[in-house]
Every structure is written in C-alpha cells, then in structure tokens.
Design a protein around this ligand. Sequence first.
Ligand SMILES: [Zn+2]
Length: 185
Amino acid sequence: MTTTFDYHDVPFESGIGVAKQIMAATCDECGTVVAIPPQSTPAIRIAREIASRPLEVVMAAPFMDTLDLASYRIDPSAGVILRKALIAYFVHRSVNDDCLVERLRRNAEVHREMWKSWQDTPSKRLSIKVTPRVGDEFDELVKKSALNKTTLVKSIVMDIALEIVEPEEPRMMPELRRMAAALAA
Ligand SMILES: [Zn+2]
C-alpha cells in the first residue's frame, strides 16, 4: 500500500463532525485516512473534547491584551475562542518538559518590573471552561511549577508573547493555524 501526505478534513472518532485541514496520510487506492502525524493530533484532540471545568483568573489588562493579540495573529476571525485553545496548547506543551516548566517558574521574576508597572491598569477576568484533560494538566503544572493558579496563567501569557507575539515568523504558527481551523470546524 502506498500513501500520500496532504491536508484533509478528518472525521472525529465519535463520527460527529470533522477536524478541517489536518495533515494526514491517505491510502492512494481508496482514500482512507491511515495515519495522522503526531503534530496534527493535538489539534484534533483539543477540538473534539467537551469543555467542562471552569478556569478563572483575574489579571491586569495587558495580560489579556497579549493573549488576544496572539489569538488575532493566529486567526483574526477566531475571536475569544482561541484564548482557551492557546492556554490549553501551552499547558499541554509545558507539562512534560522540565525546561519549559523552569521557564514558567522564572517568568514572574524575569518580568517583575513590567508586571509591577501593569498593576495600575484595570483588572480583567479570564473565565473559560476547559476539558477534563486540560484541567488535569493545568493542576499538574501548578504542582510542578509551584506557582499559584493566577501567576501560572500570567507566566503562560509571557511564553505566548515570546513565542507568538514577538517573533516576526513564529515557529509554531502552522500548528496553531491548524488548531484554529480544527476549532472552527
Ligand atoms: Zn486503501
């Protein structure tokens, strides 16, 4: 059997709905999706899970503005739906990587002056519902980083700024655009 990698709309296992434009290998004879590379699976997983656990933090406005700027850069039409996906994506990426956990631990220290200067701005509430998996991973990351919930989210926003807002051509943009496409499906 020979296969070809290309972008396809891939049906969810439940049979309800599809993840749009996912990189997948299809059988050259019958067109069946036979393999989905690992970089495509987070997008599919995040899109199909049921969100149920509340995650709420109050942060100075610039944190939220940074999050929204990153969302806008990925997909200007996506709106606030990408806030949640971005947090979930970065939590998932960090939880099993000690270097990234260490970076999250240090962000509060590294950016202390900037965070202090933001204290005079209005507070904004981030209120999202996450899937059980993301909720568990978030709890695990709280434990691993020894940061409280709010500081962890602020620190994640700093990583999002570093990876998505600041670079001219963010390395993870293709993956994040696929995720945004899957969410819009
Ligand atoms: Zn086939």
